[in-house]
Design a protein. Structure first.
Lengths: 355, 355
DNA sequence: TTGTAAGCGTTATCAA
DNA sequence: TTGATAACGCTTACAA
């Protein structure tokens, strides 16, 4: 069939497979891509030949001929962030299952050059992680206009047409968390916030306020702020919790912006003579690994990085295939552990004991 | 010239540039790739046309036509490691400068599938990070035989032909460190090792021993071992240093396997009533960020992650272009800071003081 | 010095 | 159901 078989070639080409199977090279494509059904007998011959030659279609050639490269990109301002790394892994794992590959960039480099690379290499889609906007709207549009699907974190400061956005369902999440505390009998619930009110991309604080309003009506819950420069460390949790306990000793439950701070809050509470959860309950957000093994283990709002990353792939993939775009909300889940318990019966008693 | 200009096309193609410049499409290639000199006038016309159309050659097509994809891969067992991330950034930055892009994989996934991807996508080269051997020799050979340049960490358990290896020059580094201590008058020098003698991929311990032998002759220096399971934390540094001070109070200088442990060692020394560097000098390895700002700042053997990463790119790039392979040794540099000083004059006096 | 044309390994269209 | 054949956008001999 084929007049020039590559004898020295390391890798088998489609034509080689066709020749071994005794069919046309088009037939090979049809069988392997399942793009057209041929006779079972022919299909088997092709499959056998492909296996025999260890044939794997060349992605480069496929990309040139087809319209997709099966390549995505993940762009973030901070690769080193633990949670971010989980998200990346989750996305990569899911991508790999579907024969996609993910470029990972951290925005510390020359963002403009990255964009250029993404376009010349024709990636199918890109995810742009949380604010602040290290990738300008202009560059985002350049990507979009180059026919690359863009999925951005919801917390970007602007919304662009034909760009998709993703967010965790913080509002529902906080409803779960605060609702759970309410069920346990808590009414005095405080919040430890890393960010102050002016931080436009923090959705957690407003979500907390809304949940409190909906479940307890009007009234301002006690909140401690970390302020600028923003950080979300365990140390900050300790500092804010200590402040909270002295300023608002009536509080019997605390929600913290993330697990690290919640862990710090527990330490601070214990240092101040409060037992967790007997005297005070603590809830975190993120469900980081250490939250499951801390003493006491931490009740937390789960947005597993891995699952989130997998979701990112699914959304991008779907948008690419269907040519769609939209705003996507990913549900969160409250993981109940040891750091939460029923509200103490007698608040006065507890305060007396402490003195 | 060109009979069918793409009017609707988003991106300019080479032919478009040729047509605007009034030359053949080959001329465009020659000028842009500097692969052949044309007349200055033609060159200018091409350059102008390219700029006008914002022309950027399609990497996919270049890859198919040419022999290189300008794509590399970095494979590691642990993305989350801080030092590793620095290396990755260093490599990526250097790669980007040279119009290369780097795939990043962590070996937690399906390594075999990664390899398949790398082959079908025809990456030019791959770096495989430190032991243990998460990537089997078999897969390594599959990559190599697919004409992909492989650069592996020196600490792999086996050496394969036509594969390149890279290592930091620990031997020279320890000669610098121990030599510096000798200059300062130290003779009793101890070592804090995370690994025990059986760890085949730890080059630091043998490097320390060799340096001691060369500079001080025979005799066994005092060494404390962390043992299995291997870890290199600050906590371990504290533990080993405490042990060292009680078992070998005559020691006036310490080298630790890495900066984290060295930092722990300083804390332990101070806790035991020893001043650093007046009573005891401490040297670390790695030059992590915090080593520069600790109190006292840490003298350390520098193998900057960024520089190392850049080096990885350079080596791979060169091996790819030249078709070579080899074993590469990257120099280290001793950064002298506050944690080292002249040896105490009177050892007896110091020990007495302490009692 | 410049242009022509044959690949590169696929996909996909269109007759046979 | 199958087999040619034209893209895809570029590199690179080779010819003019």
């Amino acid at each position: 069939m084929s007049q020039k078989l590559k004898t020295t070639s390391q890798r088998a080409r489609r034509e080689d497979v066709a020749s071994v199977a005794g069919v046309s090279s088009a037939a090979v494509s049809y069988v392997l891509n399942k793009t057209k059904r041929l006779s079972p007998e022919v299909e088997q011959r092709v499959l056998d030949a492909a296996r025999l030659l260890n044939y794997r279609p060349d992605r480069i050639a496929q990309s040139l001929a087809g319209s997709r490269t099966h390549t995505l990109a993940y762009m973030t301002a901070d690769i080193a962030n633990t949670y971010q790394l989980e998200v990346i892994k989750g996305m990569q794992t899911e991508a790999l299952k579907n024969d996609y590959i993910v470029y990972i960039f951290d925005a510390a480099g020359d963002v403009k050059k990255y964009v250029s690379h993404l376009i010349t290499r024709r990636v199918d889609g890109i995810f742009v992680s949380a604010a602040p906007d290290f990738l300008s709207d202009e560059l985002l549009c350049e990507l979009r206009d180059a026919n690359i699907k863009v999925l951005a974190d919801f917390s970007r400061s602007t919304f662009l047409p034909d760009v998709s956005y993703i967010m965790s369902d913080m509002y529902d999440g906080f409803m779960q968390a605060v609702g759970f505390l309410k069920e346990l009998g808590h009414t005095e619930i405080g919040y430890l916030s890393a960010f102050d009110e002016s931080c436009y991309y923090d959705l957690r604080l407003p979500a907390f306020k809304i949940a409190m309003r909906k479940l307890f009506g009007a009234g301002v819950p006690p909140i401690e702020f970390g302020g600028w420069p923003y950080s979300t460390s365990e140390t900050l949790g300790i500092r804010l919790m200590t402040k909270m306990l002295s300023e608002h000793p009536e509080v019997t439950a605390i929600v913290a912006t993330n697990d690290l701070m919640a862990l710090g809050a527990i330490k601070a509470a214990i240092a101040c003579g409060r037992r967790v959860p007997e005297d005070i309950s603590v809830i975190g957000i993120d469900n980081i690994d250490s939250s499951a093994v801390s003493k006491p283990s931490l009740t937390t709002l789960d947005q597993s990085g891995n699952r989130y990353g997998a979701k990112i792939f699914e959304i991008l993939h779907n948008d690419i295939v269907a040519g769609t775009s939209g705003k996507y909300i990913v549900p969160m889940r409250l993981i109940k552990r040891e750091s939460t318990g029923t509200a103490p019966q007698n608040v006065e008693n507890r305060i007396l004991l402490q003195e």
